[in-house]
Write a protein that binds this ligand. Structure first.
Ligand SMILES: NC(=O)c1ccc[n+]([C@@H]2O[C@H](COP(=O)([O-])OP(=O)(O)OC[C@H]3O[C@@H](n4cnc5c(N)ncnc54)[C@H](OP(=O)(O)O)[C@@H]3O)[C@@H](O)[C@H]2O)c1
Length: 250
């Protein structure tokens, strides 16, 4: 068993992002290089602890605010200086924000800020890292997901499904629906390049966002998500899949 490939994940200082880094580092044959991104690396103490005990896995903690273009470009330059011609194999767009307001209580500035983070931010991060993903894709001929393939994984939510809409989380749901659409556009844009672009739903998870009533522990959700990641293949591109590997209706 050996480590291979590089992976970048946004919003890695807590919740699903942090647990993903923890499990990838513990995985015997996980990625060789992990770029764990946080808006405020100086306060990402748990990430630092993982980094100190990361063994054969290289963990780089990078400053990345996905709603700030300068921050995106600086992180991209840093990644490029480390991966060089190997490119970046996996981009996990995980960072997100969530508020639940009734329709009457919606606030325009708050809705725009959520859209700016989850849709515009995800689009700009993906755009910035696409040349590095293309480089990785040129070096990888494999069709199945592996840490040395080239893939974009967008962490969305069941609440972004129009078909399964329950009427709750109006702004968040609209942003995740837009993110799902964005993923579909990206998957078509990169169709012939060997890069996969898939939307994943992690389940309802006990994190700051999911709250204490969520049925899934974060360890459980991420364990299942990582199993699903590694089962994805070229047929999974452009699809909306949950942590059990089931397809979700748009
Ligand atoms: N938990 C659930 O039940 C659930 C269900 C479905 C989908 N999801 C999705 O799963 C993903 C992770 O959620 P979570 O439960 O782990 O949430 P969380 O615990 O609230 O963590 C959110 C992460 O996103 C980061 N973030 C927010 N805005 C950012 C920005 N502008 N730039 C960079 N990072 C930013 C946060 O950084 P700071 O610490 O700096 O704020 C934090 O690291 C999200 O996309 C969420 O929508 C979660």
């Amino acid at each position: 068993m050996f480590r291979t490939g590089s992976l970048l994940i946004t919003g890695a200082n807590r919740g699903i992002g942090l647990e993903t880094v923890r499990q990838l580092v513990a995985m015997e044959s996980g990625p060789k290089i992990i770029f764990a991104c946080s808006r405020n690396p100086e306060s990402a103490k748990e990430l630092e602890l993982i980094q100190r005990n990361s063994g054969t896995c290289q963990v780089h903690i990078l400053q990345l605010d996905i709603s700030d273009n300068d921050s995106i470009n600086t992180a991209r330059d840093k990644v490029e200086s480390i991966v060089k011609d190997s490119g970046l194999n996996t981009l996990i767009n995980n960072a997100g924000v969530c508020r639940n307001r009734s329709f009457e209580d919606l606030i325009a500035a708050e809705m725009m800020s959520e859209y700016n983070t989850m849709v515009v931010g995800t689009a700009m991060v993906t755009k910035a890292f696409l040349p590095l993903l293309r480089k990785a894709a040129e070096r990888s001929t494999i069709k199945k997901m592996a840490w040395n393939k080239a893939a974009i994984l967008n962490i969305s939510s069941l609440l972004g499904s129009i078909a399964l809409n329950t009427g709750l989380y109006i702004s968040y749901g609209a942003c995740k629906a837009a993110l799902n659409h964005l993923n579909r556009s990206i998957s078509l844009h990169v169709k012939n390049s060997g890069i996969m672009a898939t939307v994943l739903h992690p389940g309802w998870v006990k994190t700051d966002m999911g709250g204490p009533s969520a049925p899934l522990e974060v360890e459980e959700s991420v364990k299942d998500l990582l199993k699903v990641f590694l089962k994805l293949d070229s047929e999974s591109t452009g699809k909306f899949i949950d942590f059990k590997g089931e397809e979700i209706p748009w």
